[in-house]
Design a protein. Structure first.
Length: 328
């Protein structure tokens, strides 16, 4: 997947720095190159990438804002913050993460103290990917299918009513319990390559939300004439890039949030075709377990119910695609 112009310029700087510090004996102990504003790309004597934030005297940064993670170190000095990566396995993801977050700052033209706070705030949302001792891992099959369904609904269905950028803004799946949030509704997407059973929790598919909830169910099958996850993502990202680099960058950040990394794209080559798409309006009579009506013994707390819904028994709640799009 190609990158937008801002990210591409940052990647060029990384390439230049890494090449220089790897091949030039004058820089064997590490080097630096200015990235943007107060941000400098650095490498250490192990040639691992890092980031240095140089803080002007009039700017105060709370050390509590610094994102701590198992596979990078963070040092806070009087006039700078220094982050250094610890493991080679994370190099590509580290560089991509830093580039995407800096691109947000560049495109939004955020300055001085606010750009540092914004950078650290976003980075905190992504530090979980640097916690695993074994390095970044590809999505499991269930997560792959789930993402395939979400990207299909986003790029093929919602764009029938919304602009691509508007549809992207409704996609909350990477950070919320429900996949999409429009002005009038929530949308949950479930994808299956097998039977018509879906997994849910008591807090997910139920009518007790503050907006109407719709369920979109995709039945898919393996088909070499179809598309794989990489192709769906590439096509939609190219459409976004044509209209807005900011939207394109936002899409890449959301993909990272859900655990999709380009270094794993060879794991996502299986092609699928959509066998059937069904839409359900989740009303008061839709089958769900209402936890508030269960007699819970005193002393039992924080109950989470996981169960399956048989969609073969939910035909009374089916609506067609036109009605679905008309109500979102």
């Amino acid at each position: 997947m190609s990158t937008g112009s801002s990210s591409f310029n940052l990647l060029e700087k990384w390439d230049k720095l890494i090449d220089r510090t790897t091949n030039n004996e004058s820089f064997m102990r590490g080097g630096e190159i200015k990235a943007h504003g107060q941000f400098w790309f650095i490498t250490n004597n192990n040639h691992l990438p890092g980031l240095e934030i140089r803080i002007e005297k009039n700017i105060k940064i709370d050390p509590k804002l610094l994102p701590q993670a198992r596979n990078w170190s963070v040092k806070f000095l009087d006039d700078r913050v220094i982050m250094e990566l610890k493991k080679t396995e994370y190099q590509e993801i580290f560089i991509k993460t830093i580039n995407l977050i800096l691109t947000v700052i560049i495109l939004k033209k955020i300055k001085a103290e606010e750009e540092i706070k914004k950078f650290l705030s976003i980075l905190n949302d992504y530090k979980e990917f640097f916690e695993d001792e074994r390095g970044p891992r590809p999505l499991k099959l269930e997560a792959q299918l789930g993402l395939f369904g979400e990207i299909f609904i986003l790029s093929q269905i919602l764009v029938k009513k919304l602009k691509a950028s508007e549809a992207l803004n409704t996609w909350t799946g990477p950070s919320k319990s429900l996949d999409f949030s429009t002005v009038n509704s929530f949308i949950e997407v479930k994808t299956s390559a097998g039977e018509n059973l879906i997994n849910t929790t008591d807090s997910q598919i139920n009518p007790n939300h503050d907006k109407q909830l719709f369920l979109s169910f995709l039945k898919i099958k393996k088909d070499e004439g179809g598309s794989n996850l990489n192709e769906l993502i590439y096509t939609f990202s190219e459409n976004l890039k044509k209209s807005s680099e900011e939207d394109y960058n936002s899409f890449l950040l959301k993909l990272m949030k859900v655990g999709y990394f380009e270094i794993h794209k060879d794991f996502y080559l299986q092609k699928f075709n959509i066998d059937k798409i069904s839409y359900y309006s989740v009303g008061k009579k839709f089958p769900f377990i209402d936890k508030t009506k269960i007699d819970i013994p005193d002393g039992i707390e924080k109950i989470k119910l996981d169960y399956k819904i048989n969609l073969d028994k939910c035909s009374n709640f089916l609506i067609n695609e036109n009605d679905f799009l008309g109500k979102i």
